[in-house]
Design a protein around this ligand. Structure first.
Ligand SMILES: NC(=O)c1ccc[n+]([C@@H]2O[C@H](COP(=O)([O-])OP(=O)(O)OC[C@H]3O[C@@H](n4cnc5c(N)ncnc54)[C@H](OP(=O)(O)O)[C@@H]3O)[C@@H](O)[C@H]2O)c1
Length: 329
């Protein structure tokens, strides 16, 4: 099969090579899958650069979420050849290839009628959003949710999930086009945080209360400012650091303003609580069937353009999800 592989760490365009390698051998608890589509994620860039918290041994294939057709499945796994599944290859990466292996315990049925490009994007960002907003932050109906970088992959899912949860959603984004994307995704209010003081705007929108829950994949200055527009008993979810700076928060500020900083490492639930991931997938399937969520796939690239697609993601110019189409359905 053909697989994109990183032989030395660096920028995706410099270090990714399309290699011809043997098909992967599934282990006793794994599915062998013919990959139909793989969605890009910011961690793919960090994996290539060696800046992600996990470092797979070289050479490795990036790509952390996919959808495809089962070629072989272990007895008793609940799957059989021909089933359409989505999930994340194991242990980390492997989706940017014609075939991949998925742990049967971390593979999920594609919702009925869902096209492959959307199915490829229903896993990582939606699972992260659901676990972050519900399990970690306890978002309640009628609360105000602020989603930073709302037009991005993680952000676009969080806007939809926040609306589906009955929250009033405020989104921030860089530039007027991205602000419009946030509105189109369902945000009640959208702020261009490169041009406006979003702290003042959030306070204005909430009559001075601030947001009950803030979902922050940006970190750096955006995280620092977010602490100033949290409501009483607010929850600030630490999702990621696309700004490049890991922020620090003074504990006395959390004490005085009575808020919580909530860490979120969704990937750990795959081993610590797989039943939660299954329950979340079932809820996502229901929300998709009800038309409450739908992955926003803004761009599709052919398999031979994975480096170009990742370079575009790193440029901060993409919105929603960028998907690699690897094989016809
Ligand atoms: N905690 C978890 O379990 C978990 C799970 C999945 C992903 N994540 C993290 O979530 C973050 C977002 O991932 P993603 O796939 O959604 O990425 P994405 O689609 O590229 O979105 C990231 C957004 O960050 C904003 N941004 C701000 N400063 C930036 C900078 N200097 N360079 C690039 N982008 C910048 C951009 O929006 P604006 O232009 O609007 O500012 C961009 O659209 C990553 O840090 C990822 O590691 C965490």
């Amino acid at each position: 099969m053909k697989a994109w592989r990183v032989h030395e760490l660096g920028e995706p365009a410099d270090v990714l090579h399309l290699d011809e390698i043997p098909d992967p051998e599934p282990g006793p608890d794994q599915l062998l899958v013919r990959v139909q589509a793989a969605a890009l994620n910011f961690p793919d860039i960090l994996l290539c650069q060696g800046r992600y918290q996990e470092r797979p041994p070289l050479p490795f294939t990036p790509g952390v979420e996919l959808t495809g057709e089962v070629l072989s499945a272990p007895e008793g796994s609940g799957f059989r050849p021909g089933d359409r599944v989505l999930g994340g290859p194991s242990p980390m990466g492997g989706a940017f290839a014609e075939c991949a292996v998925l742990p049967a315990s971390n593979a999920y049925a594609v919702p009925p009628g869902m096209p492959a490009d959307e199915a490829a994007a229903l896993y990582l960002t939606y699972q992260t959003g659901h676990v972050g907003l519900h399990r970690r932050a306890g978002l309640r109906v009628g609360e105000t949710l602020l989603v930073n970088a709302g037009a991005g992959g993680v952000g676009s899912a969080a806007i939809q999930l926040g609306k589906a949860a009955g929250a009033t959603v405020i989104a921030t984004a860089g530039g007027p086009d991205k602000v419009q994307v946030c509105r189109d995704l369902g945000a009640d209010h959208a702020i261009d945080y490169l041009a406006e003081d979003f702290v003042a705007e959030v306070k204005d929108i909430t009559n001075g209360r601030g947001a009950d829950v803030i979902y922050d994949p940006v970190g750096g200055d955006v995280f620092d400012a977010s602490r100033r527009c949290l409501a009483w008993e607010g929850r600030l979810i630490v999702v990621g650091f696309t700004s490049g700076r890991i922020p620090e928060a003074p504990a006395n500020h959390a004490l005085i303003k009575n808020y919580s900083i909530v860490g979120l490492h969704w990937g750990m639930y795959r081993t610590k609580d797989p039943a939660l991931i299954t329950a979340v997938h079932e809820d996502l399937t229901r929300l998709y069937a009800d038309g409450r969520i739908r992955p926003f796939v803004s761009e599709r690239f052919p398999f031979d353009q994975v480096p170009e697609a990742l370079t575009r993601l790193a440029s901060r110019r993409t919105v929603g999800k960028v998907v690699i189409v690897i094989a016809e359905e």
